[in-house]
Design a protein around this ligand. Structure first.
Ligand code: ADP
Ligand code: MG
Length: 286
């Protein structure tokens, strides 16, 4: 019943995503290893949030919990204030390895995501987190082609993923994540495998797309610079068992210019996060 929302209303409405006091452990060598301990965080509507933490701290585990692919030992995942722990299909998830089907062309890969999203939306009948779509398959096909072109992949629609470079596969995988109708997108180190120059180009490309649509994004990265350059807010995680040890509000205006990475406040924030990560990596075994 909320109409004509003001900016203030938006900050006061339920977070798009709330991770509430999550514990998660795995069994290894007949012992339980705690990966996430009492971890909480939130993403507000239209916000771009990053999680930065040491390798092995439990970041991918956290995204899998949010995506409903794993269940926590305790705690809740909430979307729009509703408990959705263990529910799949409510978010758009780009896993750490580009997950394109090798036997499908780029267009078929992207279209598949649109088809699944359509069928999920119908099944769910407009449940929390999903926007039912009504596009015909032809319309979905046109949408897939338009977006592939925007990703610099025009002319490659009929190619199979394995003939493309790593960066092109990442872009196609990202397009697929962006095209699903869910309002929350999880990105797990989407640029991890790319060389520095391609990575910078991809970050700028991601921002230009995101700035048009302003979906809620939760991005996992181990690059401090990437987190600051892209985000509105950053959570810093300790080493496993991971907890949020700090939260940073990123003050830079949008659209962001690459030049900010050399300004004093950027460099200071980078240094602060670096020091926290160093301290946090000493937080093992409590
Ligand atoms: P990150 O993404 O931060 O590098 P992960 O979430 O991939 O970390 O892993 C965190 C820890 O949990 C690692 O020690 C990893 O070996 C362990 N782990 C992750 N998934 C499983 C699993 N399915 N079974 C057992 N251990 C796991
Ligand atoms: Mg990971």
């Amino acid at each position: 019943m909320v109409m004509n929302k003001t900016a203030l209303d938006r900050t006061q409405e339920s977070p798009k995503l709330e991770v509430f006091q999550i514990d998660k452990s795995f069994e290894r060598d007949r012992q339980r290893h705690t990966v996430l301990k009492n971890l909480s965080l939130a993403v507000h509507p239209g916000e771009f949030v990053s999680i930065i933490g040491p390798s092995g701290s439990g970041k991918s585990t956290l995204l899998q919990l949010i995506g409903g692919l794993l269940e926590p030992d305790s705690g809740e995942i909430r979307m729009g204030g509703r408990n959705v722990t263990g529910s799949k299909g409510l978010i758009s998830y780009m896993p750490q390895q580009p997950a394109l089907f090798p036997w499908y062309t780029l267009e078929q890969n992207v279209l598949l995501a649109l088809d699944i999203a359509e069928s999920n939306a119908k099944k769910r009948h407009g449940g929390a987190g999903g926007t039912p779509t009504t596009a015909s398959r032809e319309e979905r096909r046109a949408l897939a082609r338009t977006w592939l072109a925007r990703a610099g992949l025009g002319g490659y629609e009929e190619e199979y993923p394995q003939v493309l470079s790593g960066g092109m596969q990442q872009r196609a995988s990202f397009v697929r994540a962006m095209l699903s109708p869910q309002e929350l997108i999880l990105l797990d180190e989407p640029f991890g495998a790319l060389d520095a120059l391609t990575r910078l180009q991809m970050q700028q490309w991601l921002l230009s797309i995101w700035e048009e649509h302003r979906r809620s994004v939760l991005l996992v990265t181990h690059s401090i610079e990437e987190a600051i350059f892209l985000s509105d807010r950053i959570y810093v995680l300790s080493a496993a068992p991971a907890q949020t040890i700090a939260e940073f509000q990123v003050p830079f205006e949008r659209p962001r210019d690459e030049a900010i990475i050399n300004c004093e406040p950027f460099i200071r924030m980078k240094r602060d996060i670096y020091q926290l990560l160093q301290m946090g990596s000493g937080q093992h075994a409590r």
